[in-house]
Design a protein around this ligand. Structure first.
Ligand code: ME8
Length: 522
């Protein structure tokens, strides 16, 4: 039997501007899950890409004085470059301007027409270009100058009156509520699930799914005056990449429905209400989970172009290092909550947790092994109760971390691993192997073996989060490529006594702020 498939997606990002930290964050979370699942034996499809149609993108292109296709080619490439720079292991990158996607959207549209769930009418109401979303009056706030903004996002709205096709969303209220009820983990975290349920209970109106006042979109089949509403086009991307409309192809049979759609809280309604309703209407299977994570602020302020405080992930990585940034983002805040980016917190975590807790532990232990055990993994003697406790904790990590990763609790998973790292630091201080060298070299060998085994297990499990550094750490332990999957966690892959080790080099340097140092000399 083949490996179990696992399909995870990021939102497809608008190409109206260059990528920022928020985009990198969602994709990072998906990358960590994708890598984790691969190491755990799954056959993973990890999709990201760009959302290229709609009024917002068209406006940005016009503002730059280029045609939308040329504009989107450029910005989409920035997202592809970012994925590579961040070490993301997506195995597909979709652009909504691709032919395969047009085919998928039109096929879905035709199915919804056949099922009688799309009808022609006229839309009169508010529209926010920034959110590419329709709003009802009670979702808006009136400003003193008479303009209106969406309460949820602060985006300005404009009055729209045009012919439009509608999707019969109102017919899906009860079906959606029943689905949420039967699938308690469909929307996570729980607090967001409750928000969605009360939104749906508040009543659903039919959704306008086409536009006529501009052209940058996928044409509605058999009606050239209309293009599809950008969200209907965008959401379909998840199926396009799985081969839809060819529901008999291997890719589709293997990967659809998706296991996780990872999104930010701003776009949960589209993924947890509209998207499942479209799929129900088309008699297609629904994704298994939509996880809505929180929002990052910068030193306490909302991140926005107008405030000029947009964080560029490339600058951040150039300053602190890739694995350090990957670690920080998933460590700093419980996944699902909002988080604040502060340089001081970044440095505190880098120096306190990476350089001190983990970096020093491995450096101390491996230096002692190389120096005091003839440059090879020592042969352990009988394990004491303390040794066993340490090893049990290290060997038990996989089961605990797996459970936490399966519900996207990244920071709990990291904490679980850190408990073992802290326990190893306490163990090394308590056992004092440097003293044992003269007093009891056999006991020293056992202690160092237990520590090296703990480091091996920790490093295996941290690979998805910090691939480059853990590659170094596992290489210091001479762990071959074949022995780095989670099948080697625990006793199964235990270090072999006598394996020659090189003198270790530090994996996590301390961060010294050169700019600040220079300023202090001025
Ligand atoms: O909404 N903090 O695209 P988008 C955390 N094209 N995450 C953030 C963030 C922040 N400050 N800012 C952005 C779209 N994000 C649509 C999606 S999917 C079928 C179509 C992340 O470019 C977060 O994941 O506006 C958010 O949901 C997404 O970027 C919005 O990206």
């Amino acid at each position: 039997m083949g490996a179990t498939p696992f399909y995870i997606t990021t939102p497809i990002y608008y190409v109206n501007d260059k990528p920022h930290i928020g985009h990198a964050y969602t994709s990072l979370a998906c990358d960590v899950m994708a890598r984790f699942k691969r190491l755990d034996g799954y056959d993973v499809k990890f999709l990201t890409g760009t959302d290229e149609h709609g009024q917002k993108v068209e406006k940005s292109a016009t503002a730059k004085g280029v045609d939308p296709q040329t504009f989107t080619d450029g910005v989409s490439q920035n997202f592809r470059d970012l994925a590579e720079f961040m070490g993301f292991t997506n195995n597909d990158f979709i652009r909504t301007t691709e032919e395969r996607h047009k085919k998928a959207c039109q096929a879905l549209w035709n199915t919804l027409i056949e099922k009688g769930d799309i009808y022609l009418g006229g839309y009169e109401g508010w529209y926010a270009v920034r959110d590419e979303a329709f709003y009802t009056e009670d979702e808006l706030e009136k400003k003193p100058d008479g303009t209106r903004i969406a309460k949820a996002s602060g985006a300005e709205v404009e009055w729209v009156e045009e012919p439009s096709y509608f999707f019969k969303l109102s017919a899906y209220e009860d079906k959606l509520l029943a689905y949420y009820e039967e699938n308690a983990d469909f929307i996570l975290p729980k607090s967001r699930r409750n928000e969605v349920i009360s939104f749906v209970k508040g009543g659903l109106q039919d959704l306008s799914v086409s536009r006529t006042t501009f052209k940058w979109g996928i044409p509605v089949p058999n009606d050239d005056d209309h293009i599809m509403y950008v969200w209907m086009d965008a959401l379909t991307n998840y199926m396009t990449a799985a081969g839809y409309p060819d529901v008999e192809c291997d890719e589709y049979k293997k990967y659809w429905p998706a296991d996780v759609h990872m999104v930010g809280k701003d776009i949960l309604r589209f993924h947890a209400v509209y998207w499942p309703a479209f799929l129900m209407a088309a008699d297609l299977p629904l994704p298994k989970r939509v996880f809505a994570h929180g929002w990052w602020t910068n030193e306490g302020e909302k991140i926005s172009k107008s405030l000029g405080n947009v964080i560029d992930p490339i600058d951040l990585v150039n300053k602190y290092g890739l694995d350090q940034v990957r670690y920080f983002m998933l460590r700093e805040v419980p996944f699902g909550n909002d988080g604040d980016f502060a340089h001081s917190s970044m440095i505190a975590r880098m120096n306190g947790e990476l350089a001190n807790d983990l970096g020093n532990l491995s450096q101390r232990v491996l230096s002692m092994v190389v120096k005091n055990c003839d440059g090879a993994v020592p042969t352990p003697g009988e394990f004491t109760a303390e040794d066993k406790q340490m090893l049990d904790q290290a060997y038990g990590l996989l089961a605990n971390v797996r459970e936490q990763i399966d519900v996207q609790s990244f920071n709990d998973a990291i904490e679980t691993i850190w408990l073992a790292i802290r326990a190893a630091n306490a163990y090394v201080d308590h056992q004092a192997p440097w003293k044992l060298k003269k007093e009891d070299p056999d006991r020293m060998a056992t202690v160092l073996y237990v520590l090296a085994e703990t480091i091996r297990n920790v490093a295996l499990l941290l690979q998805p989060l910090m691939p480059t550094s853990m590659d170094k750490m596992l290489s210091l332990l001479e762990i071959s490529e074949n022995d780095r999957t989670f099948a080697s966690c625990g006793e199964a892959g235990a270090l072999k006594a006598g394996t020659a080790l090189e003198k270790p080099e530090g994996v996590f340097p301390r961060f010294i702020d050169h700019e600040e140092l220079e300023n202090s000399y001025e």
